[in-house]
Design a protein around this ligand. Structure first.
Ligand code: UD1
Length: 424
């Protein structure tokens, strides 16, 4: 059982290269199912969620491998096995995003229903309703959703909520549908734009990606392409939070400030200095952070994935702040772990009231999801003694070389295998 052991850090210094976006790469990989032949993807992070997606694509019949330079190569055959089994979807619910491309390409799909997770209730009703509007029919039995269609037919669809992966699924289903599709109230995330860009390079006709109205004119066929994944704004946010907590100056190479406007505004309001530089972001922090209220919203709002990082910053900021969760209202699991480290946080419905204290207190804590795990590691930067984070397999799902990257900035962090904590 691996654990990360973290000690309080001196001010951080150095440069860190931002990985490709997990939430983009997983969808770009699924998009490769829409063609026959060789798709090449650059800047796909080396994380376990990508490995899970490789397993899903392999189960469907694709050949997936990495070149020496890290490029991910997906060879999609003419004939697919359109099944995403429980063992794989259970490990990563984002694999549900193969449903749209499989229906478009194969006319049928059998995909395991994703279960619940630490974010609370996560239904897939919007995906199914939208794909039904395009002409698919679904049955659910024995834990699987089975979809069938002739060629899908374009339609004007309005999503009840700008769901990120529902938008991805519909987008991939609609690119080869007959006629035109409009997605109203579409998700506007930069990762949706990245997917739309790759689909356009493949021959799709899409306009409006990045706005809440996406228009798609169906084409008969797509062709494989080579595409570079955009940088991961959540990984970038994690290093920004590390600087906010430990102080110092760090340059995030490759980070795209324009994808993180709202977050950067919040960090400046908390007292950090943020500089948008050529090819990245430079961040500094020298004083105690100030408490600032935050509320998560779909893009361009403050992302729900940033929230565990922001709440951790607020635990040691001066003053009291309210952090409201409006996207996944059950996403508070990590707060009990922060409380074990001495944080003063009260939950009222979907609001966390965080009263800043001077220092946290190092403790053994457990990561229960990707971002919560990263946030607990960062909590260790401002916790007396040492913090031992277990459940690091969750962190590995989304962060490439997390320990090495933090270490290169001056964080005292080690990966250890089990054993009694007293030895530190
Ligand atoms: C994606 C991201 C995740 C991020 C989230 C919100 C990936 C792989 N994951 O997840 O990291 O935290 O966006 O930015 O890209 N909902 C329904 N019915 C549906 C679909 C969603 O009610 O059919 C609800 C969800 O329960 C949630 C809200 O809509 O309350 C938003 O979820 P959604 O945007 O779909 O999140 P994901 O795409 O699953």
């Amino acid at each position: 059982m691996e654990r990360f052991v973290v000690r309080p850090a001196a001010p951080l210094a150095g440069n860190v290269e931002i990985q490709g976006a997990k939430n983009s790469a997983l969808k770009l990989m699924a998009a490769a199912l829409l063609t026959t032949g060789t798709t090449r993807l650059q800047a796909v992070p080396d994380i376990t969620d990508v490995q899970f997606m490789c397993e899903v694509l392999t189960a469907i019949g694709a050949e997936v491998g990495r070149e020496d330079d890290g490029e991910l190569v997906i060879v999609t055959p003419e004939v697919l096995t359109p099944i995403a089994p429980y063992e794989l979807v259970e490990k990563m619910r984002a694999s549900f995003v193969v449903l749209g491309p499989l229906l478009a390409r194969h006319g049928s799909a059998r995909v395991s229903l994703p279960g619940g997770d630490d974010f609370g209730h996560r239904p897939i009703d919007m995906h199914l309703r939208a794909l039904t509007e395009l002409g698919a029919t679904f049955t659910t039995e024995h834990g699987y959703v089975e979809g069938h269609c002739e060629r899908l037919v374009g339609k004007e669809i309005e999503l009840e909520f700008p769901s990120h992966t529902a938008t991805d699924n519909v987008l991939m289903a609609a690119v080869t549908a007959r006629g035109s599709t409009v997605i109203e109230n579409a998700a506007r995330e930069p990762e949706v734009q990245d997917l739309a860009e790759m689909l356009t390079e493949m021959g799709a006709k899409i306009s409006g990606a990045g706005t809440s109205r996406i228009e798609i004119e169906g084409v008969d066929e797509l062709h494989p392409v080579s595409h570079r994944t955009i940088p991961d704004r959540i990984e970038a946010a994690t290093f920004l939070a590390a600087v906010g907590l430990a102080g110092g100056t760090v340059t995030l190479d490759g980070a795209r400030a324009e994808h993180m406007d709202m977050l950067l505004e919040k960090l400046v309001a908390m007292g950090m200095e943020i500089e948008r530089i050529e090819g990245g972001i430079r961040a500094s922090s020298s004083d105690r952070l100030r408490a600032v209220d935050v509320a998560t919203l779909p893009y361009p709002g403050v992302a729900t994935d940033y929230k565990p990082l922001l709440v951790t910053m607020l635990t040691v900021a001066s003053g009291v702040a309210i952090a409201s969760e409006n996207v996944f209202t059950g996403r508070f699991g990590y707060i009990d772990e922060l409380r074990r480290m001495g944080a003063d946080i009260t939950i009222e419905g979907h609001h966390a009231i965080v009263r800043g204290i001077d220092r946290l207190s190092g403790a053994p804590v457990r990561a229960r999801d990707i971002r919560a795990g990263a946030a607990l590691v960062l909590a260790g930067l401002v916790a007396d003694g040492y913090t031992e984070v277990s459940g690091v397999e969750h962190i590995d799902r989304g962060y490439e070389h997390f320990v090495r990257k933090l270490g290169s900035l001056g964080v005292d962090i080690r990966c250890v295998q089990g054993g009694p904590r007293e030895r530190y």
